[in-house]
Structure formats: structure tokens, C-alpha cells
Design a protein around this ligand. Sequence first.
Ligand code: NDP
Ligand code: MG
Length: 383
Amino acid sequence: MKKQIAILGSTGSIGTQALQVIEEHPDLYEAYVLTANNRVELLIEQARKFQPEAVVIANEAKYGQLKEALADLPVKVYAGREALCQVVTDQQVDMVLTAMVGYAGLQPTMAAIKAHKPIALANKETLVVAGELINELAHVNRTPILPVDSEHSAVFQCLAGEGNNAIEKVILTASGGPFRTFSREQLAHVTKEQALKHPNWSMGSKITIDSASMMNKGFEVMEAKWLFGVKPEQIEVVVHPQSIVHSMVQFADGAIKAQLGMPDMRLPIQYAFSYPERKQASFPRIDWRQCNTLTFEEPDVDRFRNLALAYEALHRGGNMPCIVNAANEVAVEAFLHDQVGFLAMSDIIEQAMARMAFIAKPTYEDYVQTDRETRSITHELIH
Ligand code: NDP
Ligand code: MG
């Protein structure tokens, strides 16, 4: 039996790499659902190639074009946000890969968990915004959440075979991004073109900016907390510019296990698909003649203030991470439209954190409200 996989966000960086994994293993995996937001041409091309059971375009204005282009195929065509939540509950779906970007991933992920579908989680914003709620939901529904983020996949791989052995520390590696060695003065003048050039990874624009500002690493600290049940003080960030050591776990006896490999997201995607087994893969291997220096250094939270803001949100808990996420989504969008500078993103997020009402034990409705209000406040701060 082939595993039937629903890919939310199949037209993105993670989505297209997931389709490469499926293509490499036609005997193991099948794309059952493909979805996009706007890139309808690519979705049509993917649907023609992979012949899924259903496709969804979130932007309803593109429905007509999609429907018409696939009229000769037996593919069900849907549109809208509600359809994203519906389609993942199909009885045939064996796993849902959440590869959408941002807060928009929260609702369909919740729908998939409630339908008992194992989650391959790339959409880290879901855990940043509502980690506690998602964990509870996954627990009640006995739905596994398998990490796709490379650092968390590395930790997950280090934990294989460790049974009940307690984690002393999770050590998340960070590349440091394109501005690792920049001074604050230099950071004040960087352009989006520079920020979009990540040294080691090719990813969607939002996460690439988050990587340059190190907000991505802040989010990954939160993600690690919820995925591995560790306290914030048990999570350490280490800058490792070569992105070969994907992360590490330290145990009670001081032993540290690490997972290494070339920076290639197809490996963690495939591991989430095949877990607990490992399958053959054609990805490039490390060449030790080329890879002869691995370095590690402390992150600088004075130059990369987003990392400090993320830690603050993590310590305060409640709806604070949701506030940081929403403010960050708006700030990144504004930076990508040349409306704010690189360093202003941190100022804006900090101000949004100060202005929003704190809720210690948010419900789902509180998160929805917090997200909406934070976006509106952040827009005001920018314009
Ligand atoms: P991309 O921007 O490349 O792709 C995002 C996907 O989500 C696209 O298919 C896009 O559709 C769709 N989408 C965007 N907004 C919406 C919306 N409002 N409703 C429905 N669908 C939407 O992002 P990435 O693939 O880089 O990242 C996806 C997620 O994975 C993020 O949460 C990111 O943090 C995480 N991640 C990514 C890594 C990477 O290497 N790229 C590594 C680790 C984590 P369309 O194409 O039509 O716009
Ligand atoms: Mg990562």
C-alpha cells in the first residue's frame, strides 16, 4: 500500500521538494492532495504530472482557471480556506505535510489532527502561535507530529533508540544567515536583495528573511519546546555557518549526538514520510575532502534582536508568541515591499508586543483575535 500524502502548499520550496521525494519513490508514496495559494499555473502542472485525487487553490479568484485547465482529468477541484480544512480529512489520506507558510497553516493543521492524520510539520508558525493547543489536540487525538524542519528532524533522529533517556539539552544550530558578520551599522542599510540570498539554503521568501534576521531561529526554539517537551533553558542556539551539523542532543551523561548531512531539505522531508524506517535517497553526500572545517560560535542577540524578542515571548508564554508571529509576518511583508528597513522590523515587533493585551491562557478564539489585532496594530505602526 502506498502512503497517500496530502501536501498543503505543494507549489512552495518544501512542497516542490516533497514532490521530488514522492517522484523518487513511486512504489512508496502518492500525492493525494495538492494545494496552492496563488501559483495556479504551477499547481496545474503538478496536477497533470502527479494526478492527485484533489487540488485546492486557496485564492478563490483562481478557481475558474484551475477548474477549466483540469477539466479533462478525474481530479476534484476546490477553492478557498475552508476547502483546505476539508480536504485533509479525506479517509484515504495517510499523512498531511503542512508546507504552507505562516499563520494560515494553523487551521488546516488543526483539522488534520482532529481527523487523526499524522502530520509532517514544516509550517513551524503553527507551533509558534499555538504550540500548547496543538500539543493538547495531538495528544487527545493520538496524532503523531513528525518534524520536517531540518534542526528538529536532526533532534528527532538523535532521539531514535533513546527510549526514556532524558534530554539534558537540545542544541539547535543556526547558519547565521547572510549577515552573520555584519555590524549594526551595516545591518541598517541592507537591502531585501541581499537578505534574500541565503548562503546555504534555497527557501521561500518569508523564511529566508526570517533566517537573515534570526527570527527563524527564535521560532525554532519555540518549536523545539513544543516538539520535545523541553524547557527554554534546555535549548541552546549555536551558530554553525557550514550547515553540516543540523542539530544535536545532549544527554544526562554529557554525551552529545548530532545528525550531519548536506543542507538538503529532501532528507528531513523523506525521513518524516518513512519514519521509523530509512529509505534509499539520491541526494548528494558529504565529501570529506571538501568539508574540512566545522566551526561553532555564539549568536549575537544585540545585533540580531529578533532572537532576544523570541526568547522573551517564549518566557512570557500565553498569546505573546502569537503576537510576535503576527507582527513579524506583517513586518517581513513590509520589508519585502521596501516599506521598512531591516532593523526596523525588530522595533516594530517590540512595539506590537508592548501594545497588545497579554492573555495567559488563550483559547483558539483568543489566538484568532490576537492575530487579527496584532496585524492591525502593526500596520498602523508601519504606515
Ligand atoms: P514558500 O513560500 O516557498 O511556499 C509556501 C506555500 O504555501 C506555497 O505553496 C504557497 O502557495 C502556499 N501558501 C502561502 N500562503 C498561503 C495561504 N494564505 N493559504 C494557503 N496556502 C498558502 O514557503 P516554504 O516552502 O519555504 O516554507 C513553507 C513552510 O515550511 C514555512 O512555514 C517555513 O517556515 C517552513 N520551512 C521551510 C523550509 C525551507 O527550506 N523552505 C525549512 C524549514 C521550514 P503559492 O505558491 O500559490 O503562493
Ligand atoms: Mg530550520
